[in-house]
Design a binder for this molecule. Structure first.
Ligand SMILES: Cc1cc2nc3c(=O)[nH]c(=O)nc-3n(C[C@H](O)[C@H](O)[C@H](O)COP(=O)(O)OP(=O)(O)OC[C@H]3O[C@@H](n4cnc5c(N)ncnc54)[C@H](O)[C@@H]3O)c2cc1C
Length: 417
């Protein structure tokens, strides 16, 4: 079914009885050309672009829970292309361009809102680091504007500018950045992949990877063995566990990242704002809730819930930046398991096993990467060659030390999700 305003009107007038399920619920077949492990944003986008761009449709996405139940439905929805390093800059720039045409491409409303992002700075040194980053963004063809204090005040008058330990000096404004509705992105890609013939199989956990003579032959699952010529591991926070099934040890640790939302308020915050002197960033959802988050929980864990000391830490930073937040009631908090790579940048690569591919290491920033990740990983799986926008995200950089994409060591703030 094609979605449109007319369709909504027609269904509304006829009792909303004509809507069909957005995707099928097929049983797994004994064999596929390609299996994607993980029905999160990246897995679904990979399947979608394999079908759309490469005409490959004998594909199954195997998801151990339900589609969109992982990080893709748990993040704070920020979409941006404000990276410094070559490798990351062109990749996230590619993603931003895909975002800008995504709703039309998927025929699905993912509520992409380019409301702009402001990264605050609080010292001359931090301003210089952001000026450098802004220049790199502009060189890449993306947008960046360096604001002084009054420039920030025009966007966000409610911040504490002067009476605070870290007065605000200004901000790096990225107007094309913004937000999108997280689970709608998963649903849109799922529907698009299903329409092109991809089998989306939920409640199907992969428990083993079959390898013979150095080549992948298929997977073992809770719904039986399934053969495949190619397999992509796209399981975000579970990357190390699934890769271990193929005898791989990854440069990835899993940590919980929490987020929080308040009761609905009248429109207060137009942009996404990140604090430069504490682990805190904030935006306002379309329902009015202030959505915010901060740093990782420090220990490794596979529990998708966080601890109270980190909640206190985030709220303290929020109170420092904008004391008015203390009046809002917190509605709920949640957590997701982050696949933290050693240099803070992702991996999209072949593995030592023929036909087995790995996509992961997204850290706290993999939501904005979803379209480019799917697009580039599909290219790699279909052609065997890296997509031009993702040539640097190689696994062997951690063995050789060459080509590491360490954004933290280049003066950025590591909580810019
Ligand atoms: C609180 C929070 C805030 C965040 N904020 C942002 C943000 O503002 N902007 C941004 O860009 N990023 C953000 N992120 C990061 C982003 O959400 C992730 O990097 C991204 O969603 C990860 O990729 P994914 O969508 O494919 O992961 P997931 O949705 O987690 O998909 C992986 C899937 O694999 C499945 N799986 C695991 N093991 C198996 C198995 N053995 N068999 C079958 N299936 C399996 C899981 O059930 C899961 O559904 C945030 C994350 C969190 C938790």
């Amino acid at each position: 079914m094609r979605y449109s305003g007319l369709q909504v009107l027609w269904q509304g007038l006829t009792g909303n009885k004509g809507w069909t399920p957005a995707w099928r619920d097929p049983d797994p077949k004994p064999e596929y050309d390609i299996i994607i492990i993980g029905g999160g944003g990246h897995g679904l986008a990979t399947a979608y672009y394999l079908a759309k761009e490469h005409g490959l449709t004998n594909i199954a996405v195997l998801e151990k829970g339900y589609l969109g139940g992982g990080n893709v439905g748990r993040n704070t929805t920020i979409v941006r292309a404000n990276y410094l390093l070559p490798g990351n800059s062109e990749f996230y720039s590619h993603s931003m361009k895909l975002w800008e045409g995504l709703e039309e491409d998927l025929n699905y409303n993912v509520m992409h809102s380019q409301r702009g992002i402001i990264n605050l700075f609080h010292s001359d040194g931090q301003r210089d680091a952001y000026a450098r980053r802004g220049n790199a963004m502009a060189n890449q063809g993306d947008d960046a504007v360096l604001l002084d204090r009054e420039g920030v005040r025009k966007h966000a008058p409610f911040l504490d500018f002067e009476q605070t330990r870290f007065p605000i000096f200004g901000g790096l404004y990225h107007p094309r950045g913004g937000t999108a509705r997280h689970d709608a992105v998963a649903w849109g890609f799922a529907r698009g992949a299903d329409q092109r013939g991809v089998d989306l199989i939920q409640n199907c956990e992969v428990t083993g990877i079959d390898i013979e003579n150095g080549a992948v032959r298929g997977v073992q699952t809770t719904r039986g063995a399934i053969r495949a010529k190619k397999v992509g591991m796209v399981v975000a926070g579970r990357s190390s566990q699934v890769a271990a099934m193929a005898g791989m040890r990854l440069p990835i640790e899993s940590h919980v990242l929490q987020a929080f939302v308040t009761e609905g308020l009248k429109p207060t915050i137009d942009n996404v704002i990140t604090y430069g002197m504490g682990h805190f960033y904030i935006s306002q959802s379309d329902k009015g809730g202030l959505v915010f988050g901060g740093d990782l929980d420090f220990y490794s864990s596979y529990a998708a819930r966080g601890n109270l000391p980190m909640a206190e830490h985030v709220v303290e930073a929020g109170m420092t930046l904008m004391p008015m937040i203390g009046k809002a009631k917190m509605l709920r908090s949640w957590g997701g398991i982050m696949d933290m790579s050693a240099d803070g940048s992702p991996i999209l690569d072949k593995t030592h096993v023929d036909g087995l591919y790995f996509n992961g290491g997204w850290c706290y920033g993999g939501f904005k990467a979803v379209p480019a990740s799917g697009h580039c990983f599909a290219h790699l799986m279909a052609t065997g060659q890296p997509h031009p926008a993702a040539t640097k995200h190689r696994l062997d950089r951690f063995n050789t030390g060459r080509g590491l994409l360490d954004e933290e060591a280049t003066g950025s703030q590591h909580n810019l999700h």
